[in-house]
Write a protein that binds this ligand. Structure first.
Ligand code: SAM
Ligand code: FES
Length: 350
């Protein structure tokens, strides 16, 4: 690591900000020494806010039916090989019940953009979850909707919304999505969600086709400026039925490097060690937590549908019972000196 990079890392830890060019230089100059220093500073920053607690969310994959056609995604609308399913509101409530008994206090309802899940279906469901388990948070991750819809879901009790921005570079965004989707619309959704009052998560894949240090620098600058409450980053992993089937997967070390940088940009941010990270490396999630992540999202979906929510090939945790998933992650976190906690796990304002 040269002296300039050390200076940049120290400046980032102190000021939580770099210029676009500096972010790019930090990414381009990545080596083991820089990664170790970033991870050490990221752990210190995270532990000052959250100690050694890791927050946990129960992920319920409510539908793999999607009208979109994102080029990277295994459940894209045009994938005729995808075996489609949709959970009923009763199925989803049963997942929450099981999750509550397993100490989850946040439920994440994630799915493709499935026209069945109108506000008329979702609002009563959200109200029911909040009525039955008032000490739980509800996070939605259901893609792009109108501002009015986001408002109705918020008024029904939803607390948080995850909508990855995918890339902060407009041309790169176009290369990852069909013409019907736009960068401007994605950004508008994120702004709407924030203005409405959700705790908002953005994020991106590491190693998506066409990504460069320049586009990554824009992602980091966007995170610095948008100040999300959460940021989901995980490696891109190809899916055999998508146009990106032959593209190489993202890199575990680069993902951890970026997790550390994001922790230093925003010390209190909620940063998951994702399932995708655990998929490309057997201890990827432990490595993510040691790099600065502080959230894990075990799967609470019914075992019968898990394999069908195949965003990418070889996804882990598709055969386990929910209790096993929670137990496995708890043991993994303990193995690196962290522990899962039983509460909603809201962002701490510092
Ligand atoms: N439909 C919602 C949306 O678009 O936000 C939520 C579901 S979508 C499948 C959730 C995330 O999965 C996407 O934001 C994307 O970053 C990630 N994803 C999709 N395909 C992936 C792949 N091949 N590798 C890694 N992550 C992927
Ligand atoms: Fe819709 Fe992936 S294309 S969830």
């Amino acid at each position: 690591m040269n002296k300039n990079i050390r200076t940049l890392i120290q400046a980032l830890a102190e000021n939580h900000s770099l210029t676009l060019d500096e972010y790019e230089a930090l990414i381009t100059a990545r080596d083991q020494e820089a990664a170790d220093l970033l991870a050490q500073l990221a752990r210190t920053a995270r532990e000052a806010v959250y100690g050694r607690e890791v927050y946990t969310r129960g992920l319920i994959e409510i539908s793999n039916i999607c009208k979109n056609d994102c080029l990277y995604c295994g459940i894209r609308g045009s994938n005729a090989n995808c075996d489609r399913y949709r959970l009923t509101p009763e199925d989803i409530l049963a997942c929450c019940q099981e999750g509550y008994a397993l100490d989850f206090r946040t439920f994440v309802l994630q799915g493709g953009e499935d026209g069945y899940f109108t506000d008329q279906v979702l609002c009563p469901l959200i109200r029911e979850i909040k009525a039955r388990w008032p000490d739980c948070a509800v996070t939605l991750s259901l893609g792009e909707r109108s501002r009015e819809s986001y408002q109705r879901l918020f008024d029904a009790g939803a607390d948080r919304y995850l909508l990855r921005h995918e890339t902060a570079d407009e041309a790169h965004y176009r290369s990852l999505h069909p013409p019907a989707m736009s960068f401007a619309r994605r950004m508008e959704c994120l702004r709407d969600l924030k203005e409405i009052g959700y705790q908002v998560g953005c994020g991106f894949m590491v190693g998506s086709p066409g990504q460069t240090p320049k586009t990554l620098a824009k992602d980091l600058k966007f995170i610095e400026e948008f100040q999300p409450d959460m940021c989901g980053i995980g490696p891109f992993i190809p899916h055999r039925d998508t146009p990106f089937r032959d593209c190489p997967p993202g890199d575990v070390a680069l993902t951890c490097y970026l997790l550390s940088i994001i922790r230093l940009i925003s010390p209190a941010i909620l940063l998951p060690a994702t399932t995708a990270l655990g998929t490309i490396h057997p201890t990827g999630r432990e490595m993510g937590v040691r790099a600065g992540a502080n959230v894990v999202m075990p799967n609470l979906s019914p075992v019968a549908v898990r394999k069908k929510y195949a965003l990418y090939d070889n996804k882990i945790c598709t055969g386990e019972e929910s209790a096993q998933c929670r137990g496995c992650l708890s043991a993994r976190m303990e193995s690196v000196g962290y522990s899962l906690v039983t509460h909603r796990g809201d962002i701490k304002k510092i």
